[in-house]
Design a protein around this ligand. Structure first.
Ligand SMILES: C[S@@+](CC[C@H](N)C(=O)[O-])C[C@H]1O[C@@H](n2cnc3c(N)ncnc32)[C@H](O)[C@@H]1O
Length: 203
């Protein structure tokens, strides 16, 4: 039976392992498990997004589809006066993200298990980071981006990464029609990182 990474309650057995990640001069040791994205180590696209992202020290951040939490943990470390909310529909991933925050001494995070932005409704974000679940299908991905736009403050940004061979440029066009803008920030290793800004009301 194939095991995918976006079940809300995965039925697959456990195979917990620890991965070590060093990026931007900081090392995290994180637990991963079966039925969670990138169980053998940090995805190359995720790495490119972490290396590219600029984070304000006081930013309120959303890691949308956090997996075991690595993007949100780096973002929280870069925002010592801010706070990162990490959301994943996969309860096993959310549990790992929570434990990984504790194991790495990151206290300015809150992890939520749930669908899209539903668990963080009412919070206004400066920055949303996502390596979106392309395998969950275009309808799900576009729903996540629509939700992201709606919880960003005017002038706030969403940064996302996608594999060029899995439709990164097409996704960027969809995001451009949703936000009115999109910019390519980086590319490498078969991935592209983009940013879109929520335009101020009335624009
Ligand atoms: C490509 S993975 C990225 C995981 C992690 N951010 C990383 O870079 O390692 C996408 C994540 O989105 C999650 N996801 C899928 N559908 C979702 C939804 N409707 N709401 C929240 N998260 C979702 C998946 O469970 C998965 O963990």
């Amino acid at each position: 039976m194939s095991v995918h990474y976006f079940s809300s309650v995965p039925q697959a057995g456990h195979r917990v392992r620890e991965v070590t990640v060093t990026l931007r001069g900081r090392t995290f040791r994180c637990l991963t498990d079966r039925a969670v994205f990138a169980t053998r180590g940090v995805d190359r696209g995720t790495r490119l997004l972490i290396e590219t992202m600029s984070v304000g020290e006081g930013d309120v951040i959303l890691d949308l589809g956090c997996g075991y939490g690595i993007i949100g943990l780096y973002a929280a470390a870069l925002a010592p006066h801010g706070h990162a909310h990490l959301v994943d529909v996969n309860a096993r991933a959310a549990d790992l993200a929570r434990e990984n925050a504790v194991r790495n001494g990151i206290t300015n995070v809150t992890v939520h298990a749930g669908d899209g932005v539903e668990p963080v409704g009412g919070i206004v974000f400066d920055l949303i980071l996502t390596n979106p679940p392309i395998r969950a299908g275009r309808a799900t991905v576009l729903r996540l981006f629509t939700g992201a736009r709606d919880v960003l403050r005017p002038g706030g940004r969403v940064l996302f990464v996608a594999r060029t061979g899995q439709g990164a440029r097409t996704l960027a066009r969809h995001v451009a029609s949703l936000f009115g803008n999109v910019t390519e920030l980086a590319k490498g290793g078969g991935f592209r990182v983009y940013a879109a800004t929520r335009e101020p009301a009335g624009v």
